[in-house]
Write a protein that binds this ligand. Structure first.
Ligand SMILES: Cc1cc2nc3c(=O)[nH]c(=O)nc-3n(C[C@H](O)[C@H](O)[C@H](O)COP(=O)(O)OP(=O)(O)OC[C@H]3O[C@@H](n4cnc5c(N)ncnc54)[C@H](O)[C@@H]3O)c2cc1C
Length: 302
């Protein structure tokens, strides 16, 4: 047994699943990426804390991911431990107009719980295919709403291993940015949201409307990571890319979506290098033709 498989064995328990040499294409919505040495899927906040402590004790590098819906993992894979939080989706507590949940809770589930409790404010997030941890990290948003509007606090594990709850106002939340994007060694384990009492039918109608708009406008039938680039000040990335005639432009199976130019899709068995090359081509073309710099929204790893 190598040191790494020995370490992987030590992580296994009823509250933590462990996979060895696991292709990241199975853990990301782009469906690309080479193998990770170890993928650990803790099922509780305590198990998450234990995995992180053991990794640190053994000097094993690690990265924490949610549902992998905003990641481009390179074809060379990840020589490290990947901690995937999607197993931590079982702790949701609703108290009056507040909802507390684990980092691994899917946004869709959170939105449905809000709806079932006639709480309004999260409808914008319905259909974003990430976890609460990933959504806080990214300050995810859509249709005029963002996580910042409803988040009151985040529980995180500090680099020293303490578990602390921090008020949302101290987390530098701005457009697709948070304290966590600047400090990736802080790991989000849970979050708390404040919503408002609303009318259940109105909440459902808004969620259905926004989901319908996603289906109409976005290429949901293909693997992608959502909007590839951030919205540049005063512009829309998709409109600029379309204006440059790049709709349908394809590199080895990676394509600028015909349906929505803001999405790079994995049209036909692309690998990560094809997606990466296409992103570079888009950035260079848009810069040359319009003078605007496009910054990736997708997180490129490593
Ligand atoms: C079809 C489609 C539509 C989308 N629509 C939208 C949209 O409307 N709006 C929008 O904002 N985004 C959208 N996205 C992008 C994506 O879903 C969001 O960014 C989402 O918030 C990412 O969550 P995740 O759990 O998948 O995070 P991941 O992609 O797994 O991770 C994203 C980043 O967060 C970090 N991270 C994740 N969990 C933790 C944690 N617990 N602690 C510390 N760091 C963590 C990761 O290391 C990584 O850097 C879309 C994606 C797709 C595929």
């Amino acid at each position: 047994m190598t040191d790494l498989t020995f370490f992987a064995e030590s992580l296994k328990s009823d509250s933590c699943e462990v996979l060895l040499n696991s292709p990241m294409s199975r853990h990301t919505s782009f469906k690309v990426g080479g193998c990770a040495d170890i993928v650990a899927v803790p099922k509780t906040e305590k198990a998450l804390h234990d995995v992180i402590s053991k990794a640190k004790e053994n000097n094993i590098d690690f990265i924490v991911i949610g549902n992998g819906s905003n990641l481009l993992v390179k074809d060379c894979g990840l020589n490290c431990l990947v901690i995937k939080t999607t197993g931590m989706d079982n702790a949701i507590v609703v108290e009056n107009d507040s909802i507390k949940c684990s980092a691994g809770t899917s946004l869709t589930r959170l939105c449905l719980v809000a709806y079932e409790n006639s709480l309004t404010g999260l409808e914008f997030a319905y259909g974003i295919p990430g976890t609460v941890g990933g959504a806080v990290f990214m300050n995810a948003g859509a249709y005029g709403g963002e996580i910042k509007d409803v988040l009151t606090g985040v529980t995180h594990i500090t680099p020293e291993g303490s578990i602390i709850t921090e008020a949302a106002e101290n987390l530098s939340l701005s457009y697709r940015h948070s304290f966590y994007s600047d400090n990736p060694d802080y790991i989000i384990s849970g979050a708390e949201f404040r919503l408002q009492k609303g009318n259940k039918e109105d909440i459902k109608a808004k969620m259905d409307d926004l989901m319908g708009r996603r289906k109409d406008k976005q290429p949901l039938e293909y693997p992608s990571a959502g909007s590839t680039f951030k919205r540049p000040e005063g512009h829309f990335a998709g409109a600029l890319i379309e204006q440059c005639g790049l709709k349908g432009f394809n590199i080895r199976g990676a394509e600028v979506s015909e349906k929505h130019a803001g999405f790079v899709i994995n049209k036909d068995k692309a690998d990560a290098s094809a997606i990466f090359e296409l992103m570079k081509h888009i950035q260079e073309t848009v810069k040359k033709e319009t003078g605007v710099t496009l910054e990736p929204e997708v997180r490129i790893i490593p």
